[in-house]
Design a protein around this ligand. Structure first.
Ligand SMILES: NC(=O)c1ccc[n+]([C@@H]2O[C@H](COP(=O)([O-])OP(=O)(O)OC[C@H]3O[C@@H](n4cnc5c(N)ncnc54)[C@H](O)[C@@H]3O)[C@@H](O)[C@H]2O)c1
Length: 253
């Protein structure tokens, strides 16, 4: 018996990095996975048996098409991983409005839309089995990253959105849990873009980490598996870190 057998899961931003690792782990554990991304992710899907659908998380029409497809072909939704995310690379000094708005559209509005559509489908699941929504934000969500105002602000907002939606679902008596998952700096394309723009952050993050290394995507997938599985049924509105102690350790003591 695998830990996600019988479950249907959507993973956004699944063409690379953390999303790809989550698709691979969920598929190994028996889930039927719908992998989505704004760029082509059919290679990951072909490798894992997942279905790939092109999808911009900031677009409400794309969410409707995705959920219609899930309802028609799978008849249920158990897990949504709101993983797609982008950085701006701009401090407050040089923030451009268009860039700021796009970061918020993807990192916050995209999660709000996904959560609304997912709750609707999960409430309609046969036998009211509920579901799990998992929102990706950095372990440093609770700190300021001076080189990226929009990314920092959007991921702080995501924690508030997670808490608000979790509170509402619990108060309504729905069997739907919503949590945020906070990796430490993880070696992916997104992280490499940040390092290219600000090379000093690589050594700074290593120095901050009591384990002296970055998080691996498969380690993030392991915690996502816990949150997707029935082992986490009474956890909601919470922040789960996977960062080797980075966010809880004083950097110089
Ligand atoms: N890498 C890190 O250090 C790190 C640490 C903590 C949290 N996170 C978070 O984890 C998530 C995944 O990050 P990653 O490092 O794997 O990044 P990544 O850049 O490797 O992957 C992100 C994926 O999201 C997709 N995407 C971008 N905009 C999209 C949109 N509008 N609609 C659909 N898909 C879109 C991209 O095409 C890409 O495949 C992000 O939300 C990020 O904030 C990353």
């Amino acid at each position: 018996m695998t830990r996600l057998s019988g479950k249907v899961a959507i993973v956004t931003g699944a063409a690379s990095g953390i999303g790809e690792a989550i698709v691979r782990r969920f598929a190994d554990e028996g889930a039927r996975v719908i992998a989505t991304d704004i760029v082509d992710g059919s290679a990951v899907a072909a490798d894992t048996g997942a279905e790939f659908l092109q999808h911009d998380v900031a677009n409400g029409g794309d969410w409707k098409r995705l959920m219609d497809r899930v309802a028609e072909h799978y008849g249920r939704l158990d897990v949504l991983v709101n993983n797609a995310g982008i950085v701006s690379g701009q401090s407050i000094e040089n923030t451009q409005l268009e860039n700021w708005n796009r970061v918020f559209a993807v990192n916050v509005t995209g999660v709000m839309l996904g959560t609304r559509f997912a709750i609707e489908q999960m409430r309609a699941n046969p036998e009211r089995t509920g579901g799990s929504i998992i929102n990706l934000a950095p372990a440093t969500s609770f700190l300021g990253f001076g080189d990226d105002a929009a990314y920092t602000a959007s991921k702080h907002a995501l924690v508030g959105l997670t808490r608000s939606t979790a509170a509402h679902a619990a108060q309504e008596g729905w069997d739907i849990r919503i949590n945020s998952l906070h990796p430490g700096p993880t070696d992916t394309a997104l992280f490499r873009r940040q390092v290219e723009a600000h090379p000093e952050i690589l050594d700074a993050f290593r120095a901050m980490s009591p384990r002296g290394r970055l998080t691996r995507p498969d380690e993030v997938a392991g915690l996502a598996l816990h949150l997707a599985s029935d082992d986490s049924v009474f956890s909601t509105g919470a922040q789960f870190t996977v960062d080797g102690g980075l966010s809880s350790t004083h950097p110089s003591l």
